[in-house]
Design a protein around this ligand. Structure first.
Ligand SMILES: NC(=O)c1ccc[n+]([C@@H]2O[C@H](COP(=O)([O-])OP(=O)(O)OC[C@H]3O[C@@H](n4cnc5c(N)ncnc54)[C@H](OP(=O)(O)O)[C@@H]3O)[C@@H](O)[C@H]2O)c1
Length: 416
């Protein structure tokens, strides 16, 4: 079982619910909608003598396509007191779920609030990220936090595409000094969702022994790369499906990048759906003697059906995404004659139900990262400084809507 290699890692207190910025948020530039990118004199960085923190956030007041509904909103955060902490974000990824949430088609809804100084409620986009505590009240100190701590979001819906935020201990999880050691902001800011999803899917649905095979599509995604690397650590073998590229050199480069992190086999979706694939699988799995017990699917449509066909009888098929926006179609024979078990997985729900396991999972991935066994995913760093314009940030979000990308978009905050 995958969990056999869990390290006795340090504890990180964890979990749940979104924050509401309350009276601590001072209305500086009231507007009925999130403001457009501010003019240059308003962009000047300013922390008043009274400790007010100026903040900017990519926010939306209505659901819709990100380029249409997002705008950069400026507001002010009053000095932290009591149980409040002021956070400065360090790194926040752009995940597919963030886009779905802005579109209004994600089950976890963001927090719409007027407390950021708008007449109409707005929500800050983004669900994952790491932030530094830069100020805190006495009660927050008594809860074990201090200036300089790094914190992760306890659950979805907090809004992480922002320079600063006000939070309480209910919103965040402290990354203990020892868990954080040697870890970069991008590594910490991207550990909660994709690596945890990969880890649990490899561990919780079927008992995989060393040498057992799993198959997955979306293999070059953040989750897919985490799956490959964890599978390698636990000595499972993998068939990894990517979408083919028109540029065959680029396709080979992409395949190689997955072999480099531990993939056993990498094929394209058209190779997966070709005539000879069953014979190929037999060849790779020692004449079929090494069972293919698990399939991980974030694509759906025909490639997912083709993936399921490669499972051994009694295998497990886990769906965790729907990148192709196609339905998942399963021949009845797979259920009746092959006894394939179909599951779904949602890390947010799992984390709410298993806060302690989530804590251990994050710690273990960070430990593997420190040991060099869990390598960084390719990222497209989007620098966000105080002067960065809203158009630039929203343009970067728009860029992530297209497929065939070189890396995951991550906001990396500079001087904010
Ligand atoms: N259920 C959960 O708990 C959970 C947790 C984390 C992530 N997820 C899901 O996992 C999936 C991957 O997330 P991620 O953050 O790892 O992604 P990512 O790093 O942003 O990569 C996106 C992936 O989606 C593929 N893709 C894009 N458009 C596609 C299309 N039209 N058809 C097929 N594939 C397409 C990309 O392939 P190309 O390079 O070929 O474009 C790439 O492999 C998403 O569906 C996400 O919502 C689910």
């Amino acid at each position: 079982m995958a969990s056999k290699t869990l390290s006795p890692a340090p504890l990180i207190p964890i979990l749940s619910q979104s924050s509401k910025c309350t009276s601590q948020c001072l209305r500086l530039r009231p507007s009925s909608r999130p403001s457009l990118p501010p003019t240059s004199h308003l962009q000047r960085r300013h922390i008043s003598a009274y400790g007010y923190e100026q903040a900017k956030a990519l926010a939306f007041s209505n659901y819709g396509e990100p380029p249409q509904v997002l705008s950069l909103h400026s507001h002010s955060i009053s000095p932290a007191h009591g149980n409040l902490m002021t956070l400065r974000f360090l790194a926040s990824p752009i995940n597919p779920a963030d886009i779905n949430q802005i579109q209004g088609v994600y089950p976890s809804k963001p927090t719409f609030t007027t407390s950021l100084g708008t007449a109409n409620p707005i929500a800050v986009a983004g669900n994952e990220g790491v932030a530094e505590v830069i100020a805190l009240g006495d009660k927050a100190k008594s809860e074990g936090f201090q200036r300089g701590d790094w914190v992760l979001m306890r659950g979805p819906g907090f809004g992480t595409w922002r320079t600063h935020a006000s939070a309480t201990s209910k919103d965040v999880v402290k990354l203990e000094e020892r868990a954080r050691e040697g870890i970069s902001p991008i590594q910490a800011g991207t550990v909660s969702v994709n690596p945890c999803t990969a880890y649990r899917m490899l561990s919780d649905f079927v008992h995989l022994e060393e040498g057992d095979w799993f198959i997955q599509n979306g293999a070059n995604s953040g989750v897919g790369r985490a799956v490959i690397q964890l599978g390698k650590v636990w000595e499972f073998k993998s068939v990894n499906v990517i979408r083919g590229r028109e540029d065959k050199t680029g396709e080979e480069r992409l395949k190689k990048s997955l072999y480099d992190i531990g993939a056993d086999v990498v094929i394209t979706d058209s190779e997966l759906q070709s005539q000879g694939i069953k014979d190929q699988i037999k060849e790779w799995t020692n004449g079929g003697r090494e069972p293919v017990k698990l399939a991980l699917n974030c694509v759906n449509g025909k490639p997912a059906t083709a993936l399921a066909k490669l499972l051994n009888p009694n295998g497990h098929f886990v769906t965790y995404g729907a990148m192709s926006k196609q339905p998942l179609t399963i021949p009845a024979s797979m259920l009746i004659f092959k006894n394939i078990h179909f599951h779904g997985f949602w890390v947010s729900q799992w984390a709410e139900w298993h806060p302690e396991e989530k804590k251990k999972t994050v710690e273990h991935v960070l430990e593997l990262t420190r040991q060099g066994q869990f390598k960084d995913i390719p990222v497209d760093e989007i620098r966000w400084g105080w002067e960065t314009k809203g158009e630039e940030l929203i343009g970067a979000v728009k860029g992530t809507l297209e497929g065939y990308r070189g890396g995951k978009g991550v906001f990396v905050f500079g001087k904010t």
